[in-house]
Design a protein around this ligand. Structure first.
Ligand SMILES: [Zn+2]
Length: 230
């Protein structure tokens, strides 16, 4: 049975058939562009460190859309396999932490940072590991705490990034962040706004595209490439 009204506080909203389809397609269509985009950054890398960073960011970007698509397919077609659905739902939530760390990695790894600020390079991955363990232990138990962790992890590296000498691309970074934050309204509106989760996916995709553009333009595209294309 599909429900069209808000679910009770403790159970998850059951999307309609159309909502399930929208949840799958909104991220499935981005898997190939994410792979192509990651490969492009890898090609544009001038040294080993840029290559490693392209891998870190690329894996995070591709995994986000792949894990999300697989979870939504399972939740649509295999919802009777409760344990399997639960596992994929946990993976989907863990990916948010890993993806935030991966999105910041190019800025933290490839820009010059102060001695204190440079610690954020590894600390962000520690936060991602902490978030992953939290999901493993308390998945869906304290939703407000979960949201607080997402936002704290999304904002704390921004403090470091904004203290960089080179501020090119920070405007795009902030725009992307604003799009993610606006999307959270829909992330929290399951059962209240029709297709809320699919709309959240579109916000995620748009913000990820803005961030990708900034990373490509300011961190990977070298002056030599620009001259070559003139
Ligand atoms: Zn989703």
């Amino acid at each position: 049975m599909f429900m069209n009204h808000p679910a009770p506080a403790n159970s998850r909203y059951k999307p309609t058939c159309y909502e399930h389809a929208a949840n799958c397609y909104t991220h499935a269509f981005l898997i190939v562009p994410a792979i192509v985009g990651s490969a492009l950054l890898h090609r544009l890398s001038d040294d080993r460190w840029e290559k490693i960073t392209a891998w870190m960011y690329g894996i995070g970007l591709c995994a986000l859309f792949i894990v999300s698509t697989v979870f939504h397919i399972v939740s649509w077609k295999k919802s009777h396999l409760r344990t399997m659905e639960h596992c994929f739902h946990m993976c989907d939530r863990m990916m948010i932490y890993v993806f935030i760390a991966a999105s910041y990695a190019p800025w933290l790894n490839l820009r010059e940072l102060g001695p204190l600020a440079s610690h954020m390079r590894w600390f962000i991955w520690l936060m991602a590991a902490g978030g992953t363990i939290y999901v493993f232990l308390y998945h869906e138990k304290y939703k407000i705490v979960e949201l607080f962790f997402y936002l704290a992890m999304g904002f704390s590296p921004a403090l470091v990034v904004t203290s960089m000498n080179n501020t090119d691309g920070l405007q795009e970074l902030a725009w992307g962040g604003l799009i993610y934050c606006t999307g959270v309204v829909f992330f929290k509106s399951d059962g209240i706004i029709p297709f809320a989760h699919a709309i959240w996916h579109i916000f995620v995709a748009t913000a990820a595209a803005v961030h990708y553009y900034a990373i490509w333009k300011y961190l990977y595209r070298s002056p030599a490439d620009i001259i070559r294309h003139l």
